[in-house]
Design a protein around this ligand. Structure first.
Ligand SMILES: Cc1cc2nc3c(=O)[nH]c(=O)nc-3n(C[C@H](O)[C@H](O)[C@H](O)COP(=O)(O)O)c2cc1C
Length: 503
């Protein structure tokens, strides 16, 4: 191929690469558009993430460098922080449908990351129009070329993140093709292309296990990780080398950290509780006690939010306003549902791009005020001698525990309304049918902003004992992205929101 330089030195592959370059990571933060940005990666690493992906970058736009600022906004080389010493190991993800464009883009980031990943999982309409992500799933020759050109021409490995097919056999055949093409690590998201929006349902860990057994390169399992305890369950059920978390990490960036010793739950006398957080591949549908969910760290979310804002402030690389806002709303969600005045104030902060530090200060002031209010609740619980476990309630609708409103914790979707039951049911085995966990609300919001369709809106988190239902929806400020939050982009003739592409 013209212009292509063949690598001169032998690069590490497969498990050698996984061990020696990546350090055998078990805890991986997913690629997340507008959310796995530099500051968030730093926060996640501090709390136990051992490998982090960048948000997906559009290879066509990155290669052309035609849209002003696209490169710098998506991977900032100027300040040397992205892919710098504090930001490794790092995998940069692209979506692409043109091998030459993909290679040109990968060459730009090659010196600043440990591998380049290809997004083969995005299930959104925008990916269909743009012809990438999971919509390449049926074009195996093209996928082979995309992977193979990087495999042959980069000095670092190429990896791939993909969704499963409806059958184990086809999924395994597909994974083997990705490996043959040259992918040195495979991330298997145990959901099918059709599993999105209200049909998200559960990931199928059995398919991930089958992939792991069929290939020789390391496999990262993705899907159904809500609580820290799900990590070991997933590793055991799938045999995977590592676990990747997207939404679990956004709501609790400490999801990979074990609970601090004094807070470890007692060997509990709790009544057993049916497990629904990740039953898809679990051969063991037996009830789980509440304490079994509480093996991980759940720091006070206001503290995490302040830490995140300090990271945003301290670095020279700019952070997109929509990323900051999105993180704050997700992190603080359990408490903002009670302190709606502060939620409104957060939503009203306007960000002047020329002076974003002023907005970060306003955010920090609001977070501190929220923290002061929460302090009263924390003190009351402490005085009553009530720890995390004693303060936890049970969300009957989701079949999962709700932790006290001052700690970072997973967000899970309610049951679909009765008339929709049956349409979007999980196909997972061993779980309660219809218990759905929806990880991709963001995508819907941003997609709707691009499509002009109404954004999906969530109700406030339930207070202990309250039930949630989709019809309870009330608008929240963060659900209405402003014009400047929606990154307009051009991909193959489509005007799209650059921040909406997920796998
Ligand atoms: C906000 C958000 C952004 C995402 N962006 C990407 C992306 O850029 N590339 C990608 O491959 N997947 C993306 N995804 C999908 C996740 O990487 C992951 O595959 C999916 O959410 C399932 O993992 P989970 O169950 O841990 O959330 C995104 C998901 C979310 C919630």
């Amino acid at each position: 191929m013209p212009g292509v330089t063949v690598q001169e030195r032998k690069k590490l592959t497969g498990y050698d690469f996984f061990r020696e370059v990546l350090g055998s990571p078990k805890h991986v933060v997913a690629p997340m558009v507008d959310q796995s940005e530099l500051a968030w990666r730093k926060l996640s690493r501090k709390y136990g993430a051992q490998l982090v992906y960048t948000p997906m970058i559009n290879a066509k736009m990155f290669a052309e460098g035609s849209r002003k600022g696209y490169r710098e906004q998506n991977f900032n080389i100027t300040f040397g922080e992205e892919g710098g010493p504090e930001d490794r190991p790092l995998i940069v993800q692209f979506c692409a449908n043109n091998p030459e464009q993909l290679l040109a883009s990968a060459k730009v980031v090659e010196p600043y990351c440990d591998a380049v990943d290809i997004n083969l999982g995005c299930p959104q309409d925008i990916a269909k129009r743009g012809h990438y992500g999971s919509f390449l799933q049926d074009e195996w020759d093209l996928i082979y070329e995309l992977i193979n050109i990087l495999h042959r021409n980069l000095s670092i490995p190429v990896t791939a993140k993909f969704r499963v097919f409806s059958t184990v056999e086809k999924t395994v055949e597909y994974a083997k093709m990705l490996e043959r093409a040259g992918a040195q690590v495979l991330t298997c998201h145990g959901r099918m292309r059709e599993q999105r929006g209200h049909k998200t349902g559960l990931a199928d860990w059995e398919k991930i296990r089958a992939v792991k057994e069929a290939v020789s390169v390391p496999v990262i399992a993705n899907g159904n990780i809500l609580f820290h305890s799900d990590i070991e369950r997933c590793l055991a059920a799938t045999g995977a080398d590592a676990v990747m978390s997207a939404e679990g990490n956004l709501y609790n960036p400490a999801i990979f950290s074990p609970a601090p010793a004094p807070l470890l739950p007692s060997a509990s006398t709790d009544p057993p509780i049916p497990s629904t957080s990740a039953p898809a591949a679990s051969a063991d549908p037996s009830p789980r006690p509440l304490s079994s969910y509480l093996t991980g760290a759940h720091p006070r979310h206001t503290h995490l939010a302040l830490e995140y804002l300090s990271l945003v402030n301290a670095q020279r690389t700019p952070t997109s306003p929509s990323a900051v806002k999105g993180h704050l709303f997700k992190l603080l969600r359990p408490a903002l549902a009670r302190h709606t005045d502060l939620r409104d104030r957060l939503g009203r902060v306007r960000i002047d791009k020329a002076d974003s530090a002023a907005a970060w200060t306003q955010y920090a002031d609001i977070v501190r005020e929220l923290d002061a209010r929460l302090e009263e609740d924390v003190c009351a619980a402490e005085e009553a001698g009530r720890g995390l476990e004693a303060c936890a309630a049970w969300d009957e609708a989701a079949g999962l525990p709700v932790l006290p409103h001052w700690v970072a914790q997973p967000y899970f979707r309610p049951l679909p309304p009765p008339e929709e039951e049956g349409k979007g049911k999980s196909k997972g085995k061993g779980g309660k049918p219809g218990r759905e966990v929806e990880p991709q609300r963001e995508m819907e919001e941003k997609r709707s902003a691009a499509d002009g369709s109404p954004a999906p809106i969530d109700p406030p988190a339930p207070l202990a004992g309250e039930k949630r239902h989709p019809s309870d929806r009330t608008p929240e400020p963060e659900d209405r992205p402003s014009g400047d939050e929606v990154k307009r982009a051009k991909l193959d003739g489509d005007t799209v929101a650059g921040a909406i592409i997920h796998a």
